[in-house]
Design a protein around this ligand. Structure first.
Ligand SMILES: C[S@@+](CC[C@H](N)C(=O)[O-])C[C@H]1O[C@@H](n2cnc3c(N)ncnc32)[C@H](O)[C@@H]1O
Length: 186
């Protein structure tokens, strides 16, 4: 059965809530990996919970590529980013289910609560691997109720098969998370 994709209208109502503000502080979760001037990709960006804070973190010299399957999500991010004064730092990309079709040499990629919705995870992770510079990092995080321990171990194993190495397993509230890197440790 094809994985369920969270519809845009449900996401718009549930992804940005006071409860989530308590759990998922973007500064704590991605702040350690995002620096001014970086190119970062937010895959399955939803309503921009992380895209907009990351646009602040990369500064005027950096860039965020916000990618989503649902154009309505991208429109919401565009609106919110305009209001936040960071829309110029964000490139919006509408992708296909199994093909991102993005051209980039990114320093950091975020896949938060998205991979379990993708039918061909092998292909998706391979594409993300190619989009990163050598030494680039990917933070993969999944929600605990949708993704079991075993399913997350499987996703991590697929990431290793496409070439990623595990750097660490950061503690993220209400999520299973792993930080991966492209290339050897230096
Ligand atoms: C549960 S939401 C999470 C959104 C965001 N990452 C966050 O943490 O707030 C999952 C998002 O992934 C998107 N998505 C699902 N499958 C996708 C795919 N194959 N390619 C790109 N985006 C996808 C959905 O449209 C939705 O916006």
């Amino acid at each position: 059965m094809a994985p369920h994709v969270c519809p845009w209208w449900a996401a718009a109502l549930t992804i940005d809530t006071p409860f989530r503000r308590l759990l998922h502080d973007p500064q704590k979760i991605v702040g350690p990996y995002v620096e001014p001037g970086m190119t970062v990709i937010d895959l399955g960006c939803g309503v921009g919970w992380f895209s907009i804070p990351m646009a602040r973190m990369v500064g005027a010299e950096g860039k965020v590529i916000a990618v989503d399957l649902q154009p309505q999500m991208l429109e919401i991010v565009r609106r919110r980013a305009t209001k936040a004064g960071v829309v110029e730092r964000i490139q919006f990309h509408h992708c296909e289910k199994d093909r991102l079709g993005v051209e980039a040499e990114a320093d950091f990629a975020l896949v938060f609560a998205m991979l379990h919705e993708v039918p061909d995870q092998d292909r998706m992770l391979g594409e993300i691997f190619r989009l990163l510079k050598s030494g680039g990092k990917l933070l993969l995080a999944e929600p605990p109720l949708h993704v079991s321990k075993r399913a997350f171990a499987r996703e991590t194993a697929v990431a290793e098969e496409v070439g990623f190495r595990i750097v660490e397993r950061p503690r993220v509230r209400w999520a299973k998370a792993v930080l991966l890197a492209k290339g050897e440790e230096v």
